[in-house]
Design a protein around this ligand. Structure first.
Ligand code: SF4
Length: 483
């Protein structure tokens, strides 16, 4: 049993957002949704945002200067090393209650406890469990029995049941981004927002399915708030950040429910009217969706291409759509004058050089305005992780701990020659997808083109203005500059 009297009495809560490396923008929507929960209990809330490594001593100093009674870490799987390191840095301050949450600790709580000084790990979404924990502290009740948390106790790990996730997102308080730097929340005049949770798809490498499995029932894990709630939230954010000129929806698939999106797009056009970007997926894109996107001001759709080999994509990644469908939907987006961005992944189990070439070639057929290529990472709890484990493809834990992003090298074991091919295709695809994309097959030709005065001018404009929309206009430069 642990009681309130055994931890510090100050009412200060410090979130720690582990965002070292990777593609994390530094904004953690999960934390933003928890800030009002903590404030409701009259805590002073702050956040230490770790985007570049800091020494444990520096971290210790920062935390101590804030004098918290509770420190809440938010971590992804590949930030485990930092979670352990920074938590251990506070070991000499047992009066601070250290807890952790996020996808990493949820999917692998035992690893989070190992070598850290964490007292508890929150499994799944934290709105309910954190509220109950703070209530238990106020009532001086036994906090180690709060549902949704696993506790590290002298006798071992206490695994409390996980409550069902909040099914109606419209009942949640609006997220509060005030704990983040203003420049991060509204990055280069682009406001970062997340409205939904989960995804209706089941890709074998994605942690969404595994995350839905921690609850008594995973049914209905993909959730959208009511369109009215979403618009009210956006109105509030736009009022808070009047400098916003663009909305960057970081949702996995905001367009998944056509009727919802139609209603949302209509209200968005009437009440918000800012240009925006969303993620899309070919099976969910049709003429109607493109029309809703276009009429509501969408300027870019980010589509997951992932692997260009259809058979490989279907069988290994469990993404069941054809190349023809993908090409057709991308064409629809471009025909509507909406910018197109592709997500690509290499370094996958069973992937061959020919598959990587297919990914490159499919991008060439689609001709997106921009895109990104990342190395596959085996997230614990996913089907591909299990397959990698069975096939002895997982690297040693120490090697995995050093992988803090998706850009450095392949994350699974492979022969040196194949690793060299992965790196080559990673560069080739990334190079091709950089704005402005000149459409040349040859990396050498691209290299020369990139030194052209026209390109330099466009890039400087992009950097200086910081406007994401500028990339759309790169097309004009690209088309003029094409061989
Ligand atoms: S579509 Fe994206 S978010 Fe959805 S399951 Fe697949 S990888 Fe995950």
């Amino acid at each position: 049993m642990i009681h309130y009297g055994q931890i510090s009495v100050s009412k200060k809560f410090v979130f720690v957002n582990l965002a070292v490396g990777g593609y994390n923008s530094g904004i953690n929507h999960g934390i933003a949704y928890l800030v009002p929960v903590v404030k409701r209990h009259s805590y002073e809330v702050s956040c230490i945002n770790i985007m570049d490594q800091m020494s444990p001593e520096e971290f210790y100093g920062k935390v101590c200067s804030l004098e918290p009674s509770i420190v809440g870490f938010s971590s992804l799987s590949h930030h485990l090393k930092y979670l352990r390191m920074y938590s251990a840095a506070l070991r000499s301050r047992p009066e601070i209650l250290q807890i952790a949450g996020g996808a990493g600790p949820t999917l692998d709580p035992e690893s989070a406890f190992t070598e850290s000084a964490l007292r508890a790990v929150c499994i799944g979404e934290a709105e309910k469990p954190l509220d109950n924990l703070l209530k238990a502290i106020e009532e001086n009740a036994d906090i180690s029995s709060v549902e949704g948390f696993w506790w590290s106790l002298p006798e071992g790990i206490r695994k409390n049941p996980v409550p069902q996730f909040v099914s109606d997102l419209s009942t949640l308080d609006f997220p509060d981004y005030s704990v983040f730097d203003r420049d991060l929340a509204c990055d280069n005049s682009a406001l970062l927002v997340m409205l939904s949770r989960g995804c209706p798809n089941n890709c074998s490498y994605c942690c969404n399915k595994a995350l839905s499995g921690v609850y008594p029932s995973g049914k209905g894990y993909f959730r959208l708030p009511s369109a009215k709630y979403a618009i009210n939230l956006l109105k509030r954010l736009v009022a808070e950040f009047p400098e916003a000129r663009f909305i960057d929806f970081e949702d996995d698939l905001l367009i998944a429910d056509k009727r919802w999106f139609e209603d949302f797009a209509r209200r968005y056009k009437e009440s918000i009217g800012l240009a925006y970007r969303v993620c899309g997926r070919s099976e969910f894109i049709d003429k109607d969706i493109v029309a809703f996107l276009k009429s509501s001001g969408c300027k870019a759709v980010y589509v997951g291409l992932e692997s260009g080999n259809e058979h490989f994509r279907k069988t290994v990644l469990n993404r069941q759509y054809s190349n023809e469908l993908l090409l057709d939907r991308c064409k629809m987006i471009k025909a509507a004058g909406i910018g197109l961005f592709t997500f690509n992944m290499i370094g996958l189990p069973f992937e061959t050089k020919s598959h990587m070439r297919d990914t490159f070639m499919l991008n060439r057929r689609i001709k997106p305005d921009m895109g990104v290529c990342a190395f596959f990472y085996p997230y614990k709890g996913t089907r591909l992780y299990e397959i990698c484990k069975q096939q002895n493809m997982l690297k040693d834990e120490s090697e995995m701990l050093d992988i803090a992003n998706y850009r450095t090298c392949p994350s699974i074991k492979m022969p040196a020659r194949h690793e060299a091919d992965c790196l080559k295709y990673y560069k080739r695809i990334s190079n091709y997808l950089q704005p402005p994309r000149f459409g040349s097959f040859s990396p050498a030709a691209n290299f020369i083109m990139r030194r052209r005065l026209l390109y330099a001018a466009a890039r400087v404009a992009y950097r200086i203005s910081g406007l994401r929309l500028v990339f759309i206009y790169f097309k004009r430069y690209r088309d003029r500059a094409r061989f």
